[in-house]
Design a protein around this ligand. Structure first.
Ligand SMILES: [Zn+2]
Length: 147
């Protein structure tokens, strides 16, 4: 039986997709681009916010490492026994917006300011009925010709 994969929340990233993109909002009044998509513009309060797909690739602005299991509410499937530290980055997507998200790379030595990253979908947890819930993460884009 094929595994069903669902996004952890609707309207956060395009899914299913081989090249998922985050879904932001673009204000019809002040043109601010924001993430996540909200019913009113966080900058000016105008209600004319249009759905706007963000660039798939961006640059790593800064990051940290999540070294312990986040407190509730946290919907991931890990327990204190299965938890593994992961990187959390702030990524500049194009010149449009900065978005915080999990990184696929948790080793700080493999991360660098300004490195190119792209949006990918990663497993988040598996529900009791076997449905795999995925979330978005940023994966470093390796330069051509390097391992
Ligand atoms: Zn606005």
């Amino acid at each position: 039986m094929p595994v069903t994969q669902v996004a952890f929340a609707p309207d956060v990233f395009t899914w299913p997709s081989d090249e998922p993109r985050l879904i932001g909002g673009r204000c019809g009044s002040c043109a601010a681009v924001t993430f996540p998509l909200a019913p009113a513009c966080p900058r000016c309060g105008a209600p004319e916010v249009e759905r706007h797909l963000l660039p798939r690739r961006g640059t790593l602005w800064t990051w940290t490492t999540q070294e312990f299991l986040p407190k509730e509410p946290y919907a991931g499937g890990e327990t204190p026994e299965t938890f593994r530290p992961y990187g959390v980055g702030l990524v500049q997507l194009g010149d449009e917006v900065r978005v915080e998200g999990r990184l696929t790379e948790s080793d700080p030595r493999a991360l660098d300011f300004g490195m190119e990253v792209e949006v990918v979908a990663v497993p988040f947890r598996v529900d009791e009925d076997g449905t795999e819930v995925v979330t978005y993460a940023f994966r470093p884009v390796r330069a051509e010709g390097t391992p």
